[in-house]
Design a protein. Structure first.
Length: 127
């Protein structure tokens, strides 16, 4: 059981460390997708700059979140969890990309699970 928990923790650790970094870097290149399509027109109208500039800022935040997971897994996991919930709520309130919103909420639960596993293993390591 202990080895299974460690395996799951490591899988989540690398997933939530690497994926946000890759997604963040892609905000600069749009190779995976045109990220601005996920912004509602109302949100774009409120921005004081171009939507693409906003997505670059989002990319920087995602890169930082991924690095934080790799350096401080417990804190980083909670940051990624909160970020994913905010993205999901934004999509839900815009009424578009609801499938992506559901996926992001599921990923937020997985990020929470990483934080819990990391906390549990940290406590065990100290004892």
């Amino acid at each position: 059981m202990k080895s299974n928990n460690l395996m799951v923790e490591k899988l989540l650790y690398y997933t939530f460390g690497i994926v946000p970094i890759v997604a963040g870097l892609d905000k600069f290149t749009n190779i995976l997708t045109d990220w601005t399509q996920y912004l509602s027109s109302g949100m774009v109208d409120m921005l004081p700059f171009e939507a693409s500039t906003f997505m670059i800022v989002v990319g920087i935040i995602e890169i930082i979140a991924g690095v934080l997971v790799l350096m401080r897994p417990i804190i980083g996991s909670y940051v990624v969890m909160a970020w994913l919930i905010l993205i999901a709520l934004t999509l839900i309130f815009s009424g578009s990309f609801l499938d992506v919103a559901v996926r992001d909420l599921v990923m937020a639960i997985a990020a929470f699970s990483l934080a819990q596993l990391s906390s549990s293993n940290l406590i065990k390591a100290k004892n």
